[in-house]
Design a protein around this ligand. Sequence first.
Ligand code: HEC
Length: 131
Amino acid sequence: MRMSAKMIIGLSLLSGLAVTYPAFAEGDADKGKKVFAKCMACHTIEEEKNRVGPHLVNILDRKTATVEGFKYSPAMIKAGEEGMVWDEATLTSYLTAPKQFIPGNKMIFVGLKKPEDISNLIAYIRSKSAQ
Ligand code: HEC
């Protein structure tokens, strides 16, 4: 089969889009930055410095409770020992209802009720992570 010029243009447009928007399609990092304001009392994602909570630099794909020098609760340490890793799924569950997802953890945060706040927040966290 010969490809028409139209098809070729269509295909290259499609692949162009795929390159420009890798995994960001679901969330809006700019909106997520505003959501992150709720975390900033206790966390920074700009530098490897612990506050009330551990820093969140490169949090995606990191094993739970492994930031050096932070004193985690036994519940959080246990979750890490059982193999929990922070990815979209675990972050979404944790940030929706921290106390229910990891009972006994010491993060005092009620949770984000709106799913779009969480997907935007994860897009922001992703934009801050090493590529
Ligand atoms: C009142 C302070 C506070 C707020 C607000 C807060 N956190 Fe936390 N966060 C903590 C503490 C303390 C821990 C450690 C919990 C433990 O050890 O049980 C933690 C742990 C975490 C962890 C696990 C980190 C790791 O190294 O395993 C993530 C992820 C996280 N917080 C994300 C967030 C996000 C995103 C927000 C905003 C939506 C937020 N937190 C809001 C205090 C806070």
